[in-house]
Design a binder for this molecule. Structure first.
Ligand SMILES: Cc1ncc(COP(=O)(O)O)c(C=O)c1O
Length: 349
């Protein structure tokens, strides 16, 4: 058996073969594009920056969760479920929007149990799209990102008692496997771009980074992955990511060991709280839009890109480095935060 520890890596083909054994429902064309941000590089006089465009996955206006929903919908269809159920996050959640869109694409219903959260009741951004998708949205009446478990278990029981066959989306091995595949794409696309990749930057406090970490170790690649969490969680963030990566490793039979101390993940750019805009995030959104015509957003990708800009300015990254920034989507949030993004803008210019 091969493992990271004995330094004999799996090949891309080996790993793909394992991914292909999982039931999957296609939600997008893959690979997503990898774009060279050469205008931005000129402006910053910094490293080469390639952007992996997972904002361009097709399902429900795109984003990172479409990769996992391919496998979750695949499993739901295999188990003959008739609706997707997710409890977690807030009314403006990207995950909720992509869950509902993926369910619709597969001809399934979708029930969502969500906390209120910032701008939760504004009929804009993801909240508006949930309505257009005809998702059955239930609220806990609470704020914050967590604490849905008891209500969710009750809801699933009620649905079963009513004769439905729900697939309850869980934080388990299927959460991260999609980003093992994304890592393979990045690896191959960098070869095509003649890019000697050194770093991967992204917004994640969970499965997205866990999948990239697993893929990197399975290939025995040496990429340094720098994740920027969108929120401060009490204890155990890297422990959770390592556990997710480990669970996916087991599912794919990769025999890769990942420990929390090997994972680099920062909360430095969260700002005052989850989903509150920051000046550094807004600067990043404007800079990338003005130089490359690409939109980040203020809750996830803007903050992670602020982390990348900080590392360039502090000399952590130099002109000899090559960075992939993983664009994880979230575009509808630009409209949710129109007022905050427009503040300080000269409306007459
Ligand atoms: C746009 C965007 N980027 C990044 C993330 C982070 O994903 P995770 O922490 O699950 O890896 C999310 C999660 O909802 C998201 O919506």
């Amino acid at each position: 058996m091969t493992s990271h520890k004995d330094k004999s890596a799996w090949s891309v083909a080996d790993i793909r073969k394992r991914l292909d054994k999982l039931p999957r429902f296609s939600l997008t064309d893959l690979p997503t594009p990898l774009h060279d941000l050469s205008n931005l590089r000129k402006r910053l006089n910094g490293p080469r920056i390639l952007m992996k465009r997972d904002d361009l996955t097709h399902g429900g206006l795109g984003g990172n969760k479409n990769r996992k929903f391919q496998f979750e919908i695949g499993a739901a269809l295999e188990q003959k479920c008739d609706l997707m159920v997710w409890g977690g996050g807030v009314l403006q959640s990207n995950h909720a929007r992509q869950c509902a869109a993926a369910a619709r694409r597969a001809g399934l219903d979708c029930v969502l149990l969500l906390n209120d959260g910032p701008h939760g009741h504004d009929l804009q951004g993801n909240r508006l799209l949930l309505d257009l998708l005809g998702a059955d949205v239930r609220t806990t009446g609470r704020d914050g990102m967590f604490g849905h478990e008891a209500d969710l278990a009750r809801l699933a029981d009620e649905l079963r008692a009513a004769g439905r066959h729900p697939f309850v989306v869980e934080y388990g091995p299927l959460t991260a496997v999609g980003y093992v595949e994304c890592l393979l794409e990045i690896h191959e696309q960098c070869l095509d771009h003649n890019a000697d990749l050194t770093h991967i930057y992204l917004a994640s406090g969970g499965g997205t980074q866990a999948g990239l970490e697993l893929g990197t170790r399975a290939l025995n690649a040496r990429y340094s992955i720098r994740g920027f969490s969108p929120l401060i969680v009490e204890g155990g963030r890297m422990e959770q990511q390592a556990a997710l990566a480990q669970a996916s490793s087991k599912l794919l039979d990769l025999n890769v060991e990942i420990t929390p101390d090997e994972i680099w993940n920062s909360t430095k750019f969260v700002g005052p709280a989850y989903a509150e805009v920051t000046p550094a995030g807004i600067e990043a959104i404007r800079l990338v839009a003005e130089t490359e015509g690409i939109f980040l957003e203020p809750v996830y990708t803007g903050k992670a890109f602020a982390g990348l800009l900080h590392d360039i300015r502090k000399g952590v990254l130099g002109p000899d480095d090559t960075v992939v920034f993983l664009h994880t989507g979230g575009t509808p949030l630009l409209f949710t935060y129109a007022r905050e993004l427009g503040e300080g803008f000269d409306q007459d210019r």
